[in-house]
Design a protein. Structure first.
Length: 581
């Protein structure tokens, strides 16, 4: 790990680019506009661009009565990088909607959507590179053109530059099933034409909308784990509202790994619906869902091993069973085999009142609640706070965002940071991200790599139409609206590890704009440091560090997922490492 190499040609190119863009826009109060095109832009989804910025995708009505799919990249300074008002991902006839997005591991993104260009909805996908150029032809490649409709795609990275996409599928003509397809980095489908069946049990099986919470996650081995809510037992119970939670793992070759039609996650009495899923860091997953076994809606969770075996209390561990309803669950891994979950909460109001607060809970790898029983209050401000979304704060806690009606007139965007112990770190009831006139809705959030986050939302400040805006919050809860240096160079740039996964060695590109010491820590999934190194101060510029996959004693690290945290100039960026020998 002591080898350091400089890329003179690439560095010269970077300097040339910086010189050509000496005048840079900064983040501005109440958000930077990503698209203010004609008509409506709605339902944004966001992923990091691996350089301190983000890529945002949305459905867009600028071309008429039907929707298309557009995307924009915003860099760490708040400057949109692609075509003004967004790059066209798909502008075919009829509706393209419900876009889902995942990083491609190279500064770009892979986007899936449902597409009615041939009347029935089918599933399409496109890859866009870091420069905003579509890579898989014009208007995307088709993943499924089976009979009738395929809708609501969900997407996860395959760890090799491609993705696995799952969807709800009506090809049977009688009920919805779950199918999936893998697409490689070149845009070629890898499995059976029109996808492999994940579940074709009786009754409907339904994926969750991409804007609600992810219901697919990588298994860390080029496959994926998919979850859904399932009505196979509804007829048996004579209750059309009696859904259950199931899950299935599919490997890199498209072969199902668990019980046919999925393993039972929760089949308790009453309705269980809208599951969300995250990795447990060990080949399995943690799931959370809305649960009406008690009459009111509560929050439950379960952990599945890599073999699909439930690890916690039968039928799920209770996360919150406070009075009245709790729902709109969102979840992230806690980095230690557990998870942090946020939700809307009516405990202070009767279920008939449309007044919601936001609460959160941390659950350990053993399924034990770590914070106050029934969760800690993230915000209990006046009126409603709706649809919380969260990301890691890179320090054991989380940053939560939501849209907020505390003003009593319009919806605004707020956020709060909570530490690993459940204590709020910013202003009580959250800091304002956007207080622009009229309404702001449906925030989506990613880490910035330095303990803060970038939030995007759709925004009605310019009239009756919706536009897309974004804002940057630092680790202290301050919106980033200050000027940037003329060069526009961020304090730290860390590229993606290549190759990744790797067996013997891999390279990590690091750039700092001034002479600086660079510290690197390698963590296992439990958060333990397995190796530390200091890169010698060699001045400004791009440096490439060779990682040899060994621990501090020189022993080969076991196969699995690790995290590499790079620190310099007061900034911190984390990259995922996968070792596969």
């Amino acid at each position: 790990m002591r080898q350091i190499r400089f890329h003179a040609t690439l560095l010269a190119a970077l300097v040339s680019v910086a010189a050509a863009t000496a005048v840079r826009a900064a983040w501005v109060p109440d958000g930077t506009p990503l698209s203010v095109a004609a008509s409506n832009q709605q339902d944004p989804m966001i992923v990091p661009d691996d350089a301190g910025g983000a890529i945002v995708v949305w459905r867009d009505f600028r071309n008429g009565a039907t929707s298309d799919v557009y995307a924009q990249r915003v860099d760490a300074t708040g400057t949109p990088q692609w075509t003004a008002n967004g790059t066209a991902i798909c502008v075919e006839a009829n509706n393209q909607e419900w876009p889902a997005i995942v990083s491609d591991g190279a500064g770009g993104a892979i986007i899936a959507w449902q597409d009615a260009r041939f009347f029935w909805d089918h599933i399409y996908v496109q890859r866009v590179d870091a420069s905003g150029v579509p890579q898989w032809g014009t208007n995307g490649v088709i993943l499924c053109a089976a009979a009738y409709s395929q809708t609501l795609p969900i997407i996860a990275s395959d760890g090799a530059g491609g993705a696995i996409v799952a969807w709800r599928d009506y090809r049977s003509g009688t009920n919805y099933d779950i199918y999936a397809q893998r697409v490689n980095a070149a845009g070629a489908p890898q499995w059976t034409a029109d996808g492999v069946p994940i579940c074709t049990a009786s009754g409907d099986q339904l994926t969750t909308t991409p804007t609600h919470s992810p219901s697919i996650v990588s298994d860390g081995a080029a496959g994926a784990i998919v979850t859904w809510f399932d009505y196979r037992s509804a007829a048996l119970h004579s209750n059309i509202y009696d859904a259950d939670i199931y899950a299935q793992r599919v490997n890199a070759s498209g072969a199902l790994q668990w019980t046919t039609d999925g393993v039972e996650v929760c089949t308790a009495a009453g309705d269980q619906a809208y599951p969300a899923i995250v990795t447990d860091g060990a080949g399995g997953a943690i799931l959370t869902w809305w649960d009406k076994r008690s009459g009111d809606t509560d929050v439950y969770a379960q952990r599945l091993s890599a073999l699909g075996a439930p690890q916690w209390t039968d039928q799920g561990a209770v996360v919150c069973s406070a009075a009245n309803d709790q729902f709109f669950n969102s979840m992230i891994p806690d980095g230690s085999g557990g998870a942090m979950i946020a939700w809307n909460d009516r405990r202070a109001q009767p279920n008939q009142a449309n007044i919601f607060d936001v609460y959160a809970q941390r659950v350990s790898a053993s399924g034990i609640a770590q914070w106050t029983a029934d969760g800690v209050a993230i915000t209990v401000a006046a009126n409603s706070q709706i649809n919380p979304q969260l990301v890691s704060d890179d320090n054991g806690g989380a940053i939560v965002t939501w849209y907020d009606n505390r003003s009593g007139t319009n919806n605004d965007i707020y956020a709060q940071r909570v530490d690993a112990n459940g204590a709020s770190q910013w202003t009580a009831d959250g800091v304002a991200v956007c207080l622009a006139v009229k309404n702001q809705f449906s925030p989506t959030i990613v880490e910035d790599g330095a303990g803060g986050a970038i939030v995007a939302w759709y925004d009605r400040r310019n009239g009756i139409n919706d536009d897309i805006y974004a804002q940057h919050l630092n680790a202290a809860g301050n919106t980033i609206t200050t000027a940037v240096p003329a060069s526009g160079t961020p304090a730290l740039f860390v590229g993606q590890l290549y190759p990744n996964p790797f067996s013997t060695s891999a390279t990590l590109d690091i750039e700092a704009p001034a002479a600086s010491k660079v510290a690197i820590n390698i963590y296992d999934v439990a958060g333990h440091v397995v190796r530390t190194m200091q890169v010698p101060d060699t001045g400004a510029g791009l440096r490439s560090v060779l990682l040899d996959g060994r621990d501090a004693q020189g022993r080969l690290l076991a196969n699995g997922v690790y995290f590499c945290r790079v620190r310099a100039n007061g900034a911190s960026i984390t990259r995922k490492i996968v070792i596969a020998r």
